[in-house]
Structures are given as C-alpha cells and as structure tokens.
Design a binder for this molecule. Structure first.
Ligand SMILES: C[S@@+](CC[C@H](N)C(=O)[O-])C[C@H]1O[C@@H](n2cnc3c(N)ncnc32)[C@H](O)[C@@H]1O
Length: 222
C-alpha cells in the first residue's frame, strides 16, 4: 500500500478535511468500536469528506454497510479515485451521496450508528437542526448519532472567541468554526425528538468534544 501524503498535489483533498489524515481517521473507527459498533451494523458517515474515517470503516464493516453523505462532489471523487484504492478497500461495496440538505431518503436505509466528525463545528445551529431532523428520521429505534463539537463550557456563547486545547483552534459564537454550550444541543434534540448525552473528551487532537443523539426515550436500550 503506497501512502503519498507527502505529495502536495495529491494531498489537497486531505488538507480540505483538516489534515491529520491517519490520526483522525483511525481515531474515528477506534472510538466507534469502543461505543459498540460491530461489523454487521449499518453505518452512516455524515459529512464524510474524502473518507478519512471512511477508509477505516470500510475495512471494518461487512460489505455494503457503509454509507457516506457529503456536500462536495470533488471530495467524493478523490475518495473513490485515490483514497479507497490507496487503502486497499476497492473491493468493498459502499454507497456515497452528494447533497447538502441532509436528506437521506435516497439511501433507502436505516442506521444503527452514525457519526458527524468535525461537521457541526462548521455549522450554524439552524443547519444542525436540519441535520438532526433528517439523520434522526433515518436512525433505527436503538440507533445512535455521534457528533463532535467545540464546547463553550461556561455558556458564554454570545460573548467571545474561545481557544481549544490541544491544537489551539479558536472558535466563535457566530462564525465558522463555531462553538456551542452543550445545552444548545439539548434544545435542538428536544425540537427533533432526540435525546442527547455529552461524552466530552475522546482524544481528539484539536480538542473537539463528542456527544450522541438517540431517538427520544430509547437511549438506554442498547
Ligand atoms: C472538516 S470536514 C470533515 C470530514 C470527515 N467527517 C472527516 O472527519 O474527515 C467537514 C465535511 O463536512 C462536509 N459538509 C459540510 N456541510 C455539509 C452538508 N450540509 N451536507 C453534507 N456535508 C457537509 C464538508 O463538505 C466537509 O467535507
């Protein structure tokens, strides 16, 4: 397997999803396995980019169980043409969908697990609300939707930029990259009939926190 990370021409799609290709890719699979993801589960990668995490999920999951949603076609093209063969998973069956409204109906699937890694960090709350409506509708009754966010731990959301450790990323209350107090997600969950639990740190190299949403009332059934 050849890794051409050092080639700037071939690394642009990796840069577009934030770099840290190997670290953040593997972290996603290891974390989801720690949360109970098994190979037979049906898995949705929201804002999958060029499959930084996806190439690891493809190797782990049973054939046909990986679904990726992404707003930018060029990132999906880079995934299929470059990253999937490079990571030795070109023999796997998977589905990718390019759209930006989080409408998942064309997949015709319901999901045991979903993740949005470094997606809500770039979204205003009303876009997150739309995402929760649509992903929530596609979850199985015991399904879980994991999402990362930059946390405003003391609720100073309207007031000031915040610097996150590790990594030193500065986030903002009203522009990308966004931070939110966790109670914003509790409120968005209420509006979309989802319960949400904060996991907090998960060894993300840029200090993003983790939470998960479940269909309301079903969170304790797994
Ligand atoms: C920082 S990248 C992370 C990609 C991937 N989750 C990973 O960890 O490598 C965020 C991705 O979310 C995608 N995205 C942003 N808004 C979206 C939307 N409304 N629908 C689908 N994808 C979206 C972006 O195009 C980008 O590829």
């Amino acid at each position: 397997m050849t890794d051409t990370t050092a080639n700037p021409a071939s690394a642009s799609w990796r840069d577009a999803v934030g770099g840290l290709w190997d670290e953040v890719g593997r972290l996603q699979l290891d974390f989801m396995v720690s949360q109970g993801l098994e190979p037979h589960h049906t898995f949705l990668d929201v804002g999958c980019g060029c499959l930084r995490g996806g190439v690891h999920f493809l190797r782990y999951l049973d054939d046909g169980k990986y679904y990726g949603l992404e707003a930018q076609q060029w990132l999906l093209d880079a995934a299929v043409q470059e990253e999937v063969p490079r990571h030795g998973v070109a023999d796997r069956t998977f589905q990718l969908l390019c759209r930006d409204d989080f409408d998942l109906t064309s997949f015709g699937a319901s999901f045991d697990y979903a993740i949005a890694q470094s997606v809500f960090t770039h979204q205003p709350w009303n876009t997150i609300l739309r995402c929760l409506w649509n992903v929530g509708a596609a979850l199985k009754p015991n399904g879980r939707f994991y999402a990362t966010f930059f946390e405003d731990p003391d609720g100073s959301h309207p007031a000031k930029p915040l610097t996150h450790t590790p990594g030193g990323i500065v986030s903002f209350p009203d522009k990308d990259p966004f931070h939110y107090p966790f109670d914003v997600f509790v409120e968005l969950g209420k509006r979309t009939h989802l319960d949400v639990a904060c996991i907090g740190g998960w060894n993300h190299p840029r200090g993003q926190k983790m939470m998960f949403f479940t269909p309301a009332g079903n969170g304790s059934q797994r």
